[in-house]
Design a protein around this ligand. Structure first.
Ligand SMILES: NC(=O)c1ccc[n+]([C@@H]2O[C@H](COP(=O)([O-])OP(=O)(O)OC[C@H]3O[C@@H](n4cnc5c(N)ncnc54)[C@H](O)[C@@H]3O)[C@@H](O)[C@H]2O)c1
Length: 283
């Protein structure tokens, strides 16, 4: 595999994925539709490297090499698409947008390029079917924050080849991650279990049973997890949580996955959590 990776979407996940790939010696093009997100991504990644240098984790030579290996852009024509043979899509969790993007990736990238998606819940099989290379489309679901979290869920769709699966397993390992493989069903492993728990915590708040602080404190101390469910929802992004619940509800057809009305209302009010500086808590 060549060392050139295209990451599409420079939000919190895309920038973490780009940073991680670069630190492992890859060259990365990080593409977004919004210049403001590209600027924010650059600032965030560089400040992570500066903090690492201060702590003695990395050298300034490493940082300047890494900066050379990172191209941030909003234009497809600003880099050589022929040099890319692996892409990781990390745009907004919206099926229509992702299907459109997969068609664009299919048209623009070389025939042998693998097209992976960091989607939390959208069917890989459907993304694959929108391309002319369904054997080369696969889910590569990183956890947030990507440079810190060890896990990658790998999701072969119905049509993904075993060769594509093994390339992605090797890449995940090279990125210093531990992988697990999930079949392509709504929510895969982690979100199938995590999101209904977060949604239930929002119901507990919605029904006036407890305050956000007590819900989080209860779950942290009672189940020995580092973050409470509402704090974690704010960290993930409430829009992303809502999209995942909708996919679970629609895809599994069971009322136990209905998104809590309070979650919908927060998203309507643009209270999206940390990224909008207000969610269940203020930031
Ligand atoms: N937030 C999490 O904790 C988390 C964890 C694992 C996976 N994910 C998944 O990762 C993906 C991204 O999530 P995020 O939290 O980084 O979202 P985000 O809202 O922080 O970023 C999304 C980015 O996509 C960009 N974008 C939208 N349409 C685009 C297009 N057509 N082309 C290029 N860029 C486009 C937006 O400008 C934005 O910068 C989603 O599929 C989400 O489900 C999120």
């Amino acid at each position: 595999m060549s060392r050139n990776i295209l990451v599409v979407g420079a939000g919190q996940m895309g920038r973490g994925i780009a940073q991680t790939c670069i630190q492992q010696g890859f060259k990365v093009v990080l593409l977004d539709v919004a210049q403001s997100m590209v600027d924010l991504a650059k600032q965030t990644i560089v400040s992570q490297w500066e903090k690492g240098i201060e702590k003695g984790k990395w050298t300034s030579e490493q940082k300047s090499q890494w900066e050379k290996n990172l191209t941030l852009t909003t234009h497809w024509d600003s880099f050589d698409t022929h040099s890319i043979n692996f892409s990781i899509e990390a745009i907004k969790e919206d099926k229509k947008l992702k299907l459109e993007l997969f068609q664009t990736l299919d048209n623009k990238l070389p025939q042998n390029a693998i097209l992976s998606s960091n989607t939390s819940s959208i069917p890989i099989t459907e993304l694959a079917a929108s391309t002319k290379r369904p054997d080369k489309v696969i889910g590569m679901h990183f956890m947030n924050p990507v440079p810190v979290m060890k896990l990658v869920e790998i999701i072969p769709g119905l049509t993904t080849s075993s060769e594509t699966l093994s390339v992605v397993q090797s890449l995940a390992q090279e990125l210093g991650k531990t992988w697990v493989v999930s079949k392509d069903f709504p929510g895969f492993i982690v979100n199938r279990i995590l999101m209904p728990m977060i949604n239930e915590a929002i119901y507990v708040l919605h029904e006036g049973i407890a305050t956000p602080k007590d819900i989080d404190e209860g779950m942290k101390l009672g189940t020995n997890v580092p973050m409470g469910p509402l704090e974690l929802a704010d960290f993930i992004g409430l829009d992303t949580c809502l999209s995942i619940m909708e996919v679970l509800f629609e895809g599994l057809g069971d009322s136990k996955y209905r998104p809590c009305p309070l979650l919908r209302q927060y998203v309507m009010a643009n209270r999206l959590g940390r990224k909008s500086k207000r969610g269940f808590y203020d930031y």
